[in-house]
Design a protein around this ligand. Structure first.
Ligand SMILES: Cc1ncc(COP(=O)(O)O)c(C=O)c1O
Ligand SMILES: Nc1c(O)cccc1C(=O)C[C@H](N)C(=O)O
Length: 411
């Protein structure tokens, strides 16, 4: 059994030294929900104030161009994309930032169908985060393509000559299980299909090398492990070889080759700039830009080492102390993201009772209690404390409190 002293030693000796201080976390809270909403990095509030007062308030519209205060809003999305690129194995100019993940999925799915005109099937995994399936169904309805649900245990079995795109989520939001990104990318290509990865639950916690894997398209949000804040803009990546033929459906003026020439006819900009549609969300991009400072000097390999050490410890302690609780997240490192999910009939009550004790995880219908381990700020001592509280909740029956019989709207 790991003692608190041993856990504290692991925290002090590991590569995570100094990482947690980059966040403004409330005292006494063990935050295990960074896989839904990342914590607040220290520089973000000041940056937002500066952008609002100096760039917007004082410099007004001149801030679209570079100013003494900073400004240069017009290139902000591109600059933020360049900072996300190394976390996903992308070249610096190949990441567009600006829409929600759902809207990004719409654009990339339509674009992928247009890149494979002879094929009309979109393959999606049915237990993925719902928005991926909803958008795929909408795209199918709009384009006349067919949506084919694959077997989650064997997505490659659904590939054939009709498939234009295999679209998968790298790390599953419910179970924390991780797909073999290079292997499934290769399988899609063998069938002549393109492959897209939803990296919402990977980026910033799990190593991803889209270039090495030969993937075609990817999307991901920035409010989870990237800590960009609620509603922070998502990113899109498309393999450089596909960019010249990329034809996305929301062709707006910001994706035009010369937006300020205000021409009548649309002419796409070069490269990923054409993925833009309208005016970029400058305030949200500024928050994200400041949030990414928390990754300065941090390698993805170190993030992964810390993440695995945390999830290993949580899994081991739960297995030892609560043998009746089912751990649904895979034990094998190569199949695990950065969260651990437990199955229990009273999962909702467990999560609420833990929150009342200052341990914040979340619940996913119908019976999953989810715990995310954001390696930049979760410590081994937090893992120990979380499991102590979990054991105490179950022993005292706190999860059966009648207050938890009715669920809140947002879980
Ligand atoms: C895998 C996955 N894809 C997409 C989304 C939704 O993205 P958005 O709300 O940015 O459209 C989420 C979570 O919200 C998610 O977990
Ligand atoms: N995006 C969210 C939101 O606006 C409110 C509440 C939760 C979320 C989430 O991110 C959910 C998340 N994708 C999940 O994995 O469940």
């Amino acid at each position: 059994m790991t003692t608190r002293e041993e856990a504290a030693r692991l925290d002090a000796a590991g590569p995570a030294t100094g990482w947690r201080e980059r966040f403004a976390l409330p005292e006494g809270v063990v935050y295990l929900d960074g896989n839904s909403l990342g914590a607040l990095p220290v520089g973000v509030a000041d940056r937002l104030v500066r952008v609002a007062t100096h760039e917007w308030g004082r410099d007004l519209i001149t801030s679209w161009n570079p100013t003494a205060a900073g400004g240069d809003w017009i290139s902000l999305a591109r600059r933020v994309g360049m900072r996300i690129a190394p976390l996903i194995g992308a070249a610096p100019g190949d990441v567009h930032v600006g829409d929600s993940t759902s809207v990004s999925l719409f654009k990339t799915m339509v674009a992928a169908l247009r890149l494979r005109p002879g094929r009309r099937v979109l393959v999606v995994e049915p237990s993925t985060f719902p928005t991926d399936g909803y958008v795929a169904a909408g795209v199918a309805r709009l384009t006349g393509a067919e949506l084919r649900w694959c077997d989650p245990a064997d997505p490659a079995a659904s590939l054939d000559d009709d498939v234009a795109l295999l679209s998968l989520t790298h790390v599953d939001f419910r179970t924390g299980a991780m797909y073999d990104l290079p292997g499934l990318s290769a399988a899609a290509h063998e069938a002549g299909a393109l492959v897209q990865w939803d990296l919402c639950h990977s980026t910033g916690a799990v190593p991803v090398d889209l270039t090495a894997a030969g993937a075609d398209l990817a999307v991901g949000c920035s409010y989870k492990y990237l800590n960009g804040g609620p509603g922070a803009p998502a990113f899109t990546w498309v393999a450089p070889a596909l960019q010249p033929d990329l034809d996305q459906p929301v062709q707006g003026w910001m994706g035009h080759a010369s937006p300020f020439a205000m021409q009548r006819d649309y002419e796409p900009a070069d490269g990923m700039r054409r993925m833009a549609s309208g005016t970029p969300p400058v305030l949200a991009l500024s928050a994200l830009d400041a949030a990414l400072d928390a990754f300065d000097g941090v390698t993805v390999a170190d993030l992964r080492a810390v993440s695995l050490s945390l999830t290993d410890l949580f899994i081991r302690l739960v297995a030892d102390r609560l043998p009746d609780v089912e751990i649904v997240t895979p034990r094998e490192h190569e199949r695990r993201g950065s969260q651990v999910s437990l199955r229990h009939a009273d999962a909702y009550g467990i999560v609420q009772a833990l929150i009342a004790r200052g341990v914040v995880g979340d619940f996913r219908d119908p019976d999953i209690a989810r715990f995310g381990f954001a390696p930049l700020y979760v410590r081994h001592v937090d893992v120990l404390d979380a499991v102590d509280h979990l054991v105490a909740v179950l022993e005292a029956g706190e999860h059966r409190d009648p207050r938890y019989a009715v669920r809140s709207t947002v879980t």
